[in-house]
Design a protein around this ligand. Structure first.
Ligand SMILES: [Cu+2]
Length: 197
């Protein structure tokens, strides 16, 4: 693998997910497509435990209310490295390319992560760390938390972008329920969000 290619990868890894959302697609009502923002644990209304297996999640869907902060306790119960990542389908697609690079560079090796490689300085102060606040990347047996605020209703999934896993069905639905406060701007929603596929 050439050094130049490595550097490109490093730069890509450090871009924020929101930057990807703005830059990579042209379809749909994409412009405002947001996945929310990092939340404060003290604001979390509840905890949801998400177990990761090879290759699926338990549970496979969650319900949230716009504005809600949720603390996710993510546990990898499988034998492979898995990711829990909250994003729009476009964000996941973009992130799958990054994860492919992590495999190509030997950072993700089936059931384990090469931590030295992740920390390695690529020569420009960048590394291939996987540290976006909307995601965790876990080895078998590991458990970590993600605290996330679902600021507004949008098309979201939680997904594993380790190569091949999303395609194998390792993603879940984030459904927004609209009860709670009628005072917000939900009236603009043009069609009901259905859970059926
Ligand atoms: Cu996975």
């Amino acid at each position: 693998m050439s050094l130049a290619k490595f550097a490109v990868a490093a730069v890509t890894m450090s871009m924020s997910v929101t930057a990807f959302a703005a830059g990579t697609h042209g379809g749909g009502h994409g412009h405002g497509a947001k996945n929310g923002e990092p939340g404060k644990a003290s604001d979390a209304s509840r905890s949801i435990t998400v177990e990761m297996y090879d290759n699926y999640y338990e549970p496979e869907k969650i319900e949230v209310t716009p504005g809600e902060t949720v603390r996710f306790v993510v546990e990898n119960k499988g034998k492979l490295v898995h990711e829990f990542n909250i994003g729009t389908p476009d964000m996941h697609e973009a992130h799958q390319e990054e994860m492919m690079m992590m495999v190509e560079h030997g950072i993700i090796q089936g059931g384990k992560l090469n931590h030295d490689m992740m920390e390695m300085d690529m020569g420009n102060g960048q590394s291939m760390k996987h540290d976006d606040p909307n995601s965790v990347l876990l080895e078998p047996g590991q458990s970590k938390e993600v605290v996330w605020k679902f600021t507004e209703e949008s098309s979201l999934e939680f997904a594993c972008n380790v190569p091949g896993h999303y395609e194998a069905g390792m993603y879940g639905e984030v459904n927004f329920n609209k009860d709670d406060s009628d005072s917000s701007s939900v009236a603009i929603v043009s069609k009901p969000l259905k859970t059926a596929k």
